[in-house]
Design a protein around this ligand. Sequence first.
Ligand code: MOS
Length: 772
Amino acid sequence: MENEPAFFETSPKPNVVGKPLNRVDGRDKVMGRAKYAAEYPLPGLTYGVLKTSDIAKGRVQSIDTSVAMKEPGVIAIFTHENLPKLAKTPNDADGKKAIGAPMGFMPLTSDMIYYAGQPVAVVVADTFERATHAARLVRVNYAADKPIAAYTNPAAQLFNPEKIQDGKADGHTRRGDAKTALAGAPVKLSATYTHAINHHNPMEPGATTAVWEAPDRLTVYESTQGVTRTQKALSTMLGLPQEQVRVITKFIGGGFGCKGSCWPHTVLTVQAAKAVGRPVKLVLTRQQQFTSMGHREDQTQTLNVGATQDGKLLALVHTKTSTTSPWDNYAEANSKIINLLYDCPTFESSYELARANVMTSTFTRAPGEAPGSFAIECAMDDLAYQLGIDPIEIRLRNYAEKDPSTGQPWSSKSLRECYARGAELFGWSKRNPKAGLTRDGNTLVGWGMATASYPVHNSQGTARVRLYADGHAVVQSGATDLGTGTYTVMTQVAADSLGLPPEKIRFELGDTKLPTAPNSGGSVAAGTVSSSVYAAAQDVWERLTKIAIKDPKSPLFKAKPEDVAMENGRLQLKASPAKGEDFMALMKRAGLDDIEGTGQGKYGAGYETGRPGNPAGPNNNTESAGKHSMHSFGAHFCEVHVDPQLGTVRVTRWVSVHAAGRILNAKTARSQIIGGSIFGIGAALMEATARDPNYARYTNADLADYHIPVNADIPDMTVEFIDEHDPYINAMGVKGIGEISMVGVSAAVANAVFHATGKRVRDLPITPNKIL
Ligand code: MOS
């Protein structure tokens, strides 16, 4: 590290930060007191139910609501023929951009059908059951066309986009002359990897409760990863000032990316509530969840690797082909991680898309890095076996001392430590270097490992701290808690920043009335919000210091502000700590019941460029503006038992070691890594949504047929963190762990399967038919 980490001086001395504090909202959740978006019993509440399209392409020829309207309790039925128009829709030329909508099309704006499951009507009734019944009675006549289901359809037209949307990457990336380097490389590997469609499937489906307090004033209780983003999208579409749209999200039952944007069902609920003049609640059914909030796209990657006989990489050439919707060029940016994980002098990547009759895919559990790491980490394993080099050793031979994709130094990187500790915990040295030779009775045993990495994106947010003279504090930021622990870790950060015990802190989030915070997405929330809370507390101490040094009765009277520091809720002289006083005494003397501070926390390059003395300047807010490349790193180790007769794969041991800067809570962090690794194991072995190639409809859109791991599928997991201090990423030194937990997981499983069986499966999920 070239500098002494800044946060040692600036961020709070950890007391409760880092400790395995129990969830502060845990009791409310198990007691049923935690209110989710569909649990607000508003007066006059009505129930909305979507009627969705059976066909994937064509037109609504006619739609008959007359029978349904006569059913008891039915209040209104909206179709493209009678739904009042929005001020702006994503269909408009600039609409998608203005709204920040994930999808360039809004249902019920015309008779066109572009995908199966597209809403064609919204039924509003006095009960959910009556609305559901009436929706079945709405008669729709379609003029159906033959849909295209996927890029694999021979009729699909492939094209190279300039940019891929939302995935935040160029359609083409080149570094050096990779093709020439590949052609001349002594060792060459080429392999193709396919990834099934995955759905997010949070326990709580998409849910909206919309209430108009006045014709131009709206409150929405929404299951979203970001209240501000939803507020902006809705206010633009409705043509209302932002402050007249309030979005509240106190609890979320998981999101995994699908709740990172404002999707059509939310807008339709808001429109229906306005039209009926009563609050409307709409909850997606599990089946509708598969066609309403995006998915991970079906995709194929080809990775060509050129290397020396010693296993040193010379060239990486990557292509990806995937399905997108009729309107958007969305693709996960798989190539980013492939471009930076190892020291390789040349690199080239390109994307191909095909339009099909599907909704737009979206960020899904480590978008880009998860499937991208599957390709590069399987390829590194192949290279290791081919050259007879240990899989960890070959990664160390290609260890990137700086970011190969930008040439920048890392802000911090403790990957060597992750490999070493993971190998030790797993017992890697006892591994038989040959595949297919380790047995436990009739079962084949395999060990595999893979590298993990996730970027520190650029983000900022604000927080407010109100400190009371009786020794408690209310701390607020409009963040969200996906269930991963935002309430808890921010309580810890506030406690240490204010020198109070955690039970004296009330942390509030999930409301656009609170100071703005980013989406809980892209792993930015913990670092951004913790830094905001810390900055807001600093603001309080600065205000109190000013009061103290002007107060003749204070021991700090006439002290210089820069000589004063806070320790355990006491303002005191840095040089002689005995000289000082408790904030409660100071506030009481000043006649203050409470004092408020606000603060802005920056995360990523924006923080680094904002630091004093940095010539890049504080206002440069682009992702590439920092001097350092900022990433978390880790390593997964997996043991599988494979039944050679049945082809079943059972994960029997798991070790993950990560380095992600400061860990705010040992318990919630461990849980988050376990959870992420489990859904990585799901993607590796089970998860796949089947889209019928003729009808472009999902055939397993429920949790009985969309397989995810259950407790019996998962062994005891070992998770550790490397102690890492990073002064560049934010004031708290927190890199975030939302997504890294999943990166590399499917490769670690596939590599273990190869070690067990000698068979390389590059088609996810690795189901028994692919082993036999
Ligand atoms: Mo995450 S897939 O950025 O919600």
